[in-house]
Design a protein around this ligand. Structure first.
Ligand code: ATP
Length: 318
């Protein structure tokens, strides 16, 4: 494994913020740390970057133990939510800042900086001050400033949270493309589940300082190990089967039929959402959400008696 966190724990006072966190990440993989506010995501990044010291456990990168290394000696770069760019410097000066400590001569550094600016289409802005760039452009500068020093691991702490919804989607595609281009190992912190599903090779879902589940986006979405992960990722219906088992079925995996199916119910509401319809259905025991993406289909009416057919469902014991 390229990046290995082993049984990391960290407390502030008597509050345990990370509790035995163990994670393995392969070279070139993008892992999202996903979880609610306060679950310890930023703390985990700070431990990897060396900005905080773990109480116990250890961190290895490419086989090397990081424990006793100061932040500047770790092969790690961090992109912060605030970008932490220098406002008094030009775009190019910001990008090449880290090369000073890598023994680059000024001329070589400028050449390298221009190459990286070209990769993200910002070369024409090289002499501008940071404040003259848009949010998305600043984000790109922050990214290449971290990549130019060729870290083994790039940490990104909610890097898109200052951008509007459309730009977030564009930037996450750019980040993914840069990750593939540089084959760089990344940890991306977010509490946005859609962002995590779309960008990750693996997702680690955290809760209260503990790892709940790690897997590919498909594994996490289709085979959550417990109700926390299920609830956190996407929408779902939970149906108790009477034997202590919970069956879950995603709204998009339910089809409404007129005459047969797994459960009988009655439509209590129909909501038009543009590209899909949501039906709220009352069955004998539960209220079930159904997502109908084929909006060309005939509509079912409120109060209509129907059957629900599940194309896919899962279960876990709790
Ligand atoms: P968010 O999504 O809100 O950024 P997070 O998952 O990144 O949250 P952390 O920033 O790691 O969470 O914080 C975890 C917990 O540790 C929180 O309850 C926070 O208040 C606490 N905490 C973080 N840093 C410190 C500190 N230096 N001193 C005391 N408590 C801290």
């Amino acid at each position: 494994m390229y990046l290995k966190l082993s049984e990391l724990s960290k407390s502030f006072g008597d509050k345990k913020v990370l509790d035995n966190l163990t994670l393995d990440i392969k070279k070139g993989e993008l892992l999202c740390l996903l979880g609610p506010s306060g679950c310890g995501k930023t703390t985990a990044l700070k431990l990897i970057g060396g900005f905080l010291k773990e109480d116990c456990g250890n961190i290895k990168i490419d086989g090397e133990d990081m424990t006793s290394l100061e932040p500047e000696h770790r092969p790690v770069s961090t992109v912060f939510q605030s970008y932490a760019l220098f406002p008094h410097m030009t775009v190019l000066e910001n990008v090449i800042y880290g090369l000073k400590f890598k023994g680059y001569k000024k001329r070589e550094a400028i050449k390298e900086g221009e190459k990286y600016l070209d990769i993200v289409d910002l070369l024409e802005h090289k002499n501008k001050k940071i404040g003259q760039l848009s949010g998305g452009q600043q984000q790109r500068v922050a990214l290449i400033r971290s990549l130019i020093v060729k870290p083994k691991v790039l940490l990104l702490d909610e890097p898109l949270s200052n951008l509007d919804a459309k730009l977030r989607v564009k930037m996450r595609e750019e980040i993914k493309a840069l990750q593939k281009q540089f084959n760089i190992t990344m940890i991306f912190v977010t509490h946005d589940q859609e962002e995590a599903l779309s960008i990750s090779d693996k997702i680690a879902v955290m809760n209260g300082g503990k790892l709940e589940q790690i897997g590919t986006p498909e594994e996490i979405y289709n085979r959550p190990v417990n109700s926390f992960v299920l609830d956190f990722i996407g929408n779902s219906n939970i149906i108790k089967d009477g034997n202590g088992k919970s069956i879950f079925v995603r709204p998009e995996h339910i089809k409404i039929n007129k005459s047969s199916g797994n459960l009988k119910g009655k439509i209590i509401s129909r909501i038009f959402m543009g590209s899909y319809l949501t039906y709220i259905v009352q069955t004998e025991q539960e209220i079930i959400n159904v997502k109908e993406t084929n909006v060309q289909n005939e509509f079912y009416e409120v109060n209509e008696e129907i059957y629900l057919e599940f194309s896919k469902c899962g279960s876990f014991e709790e």
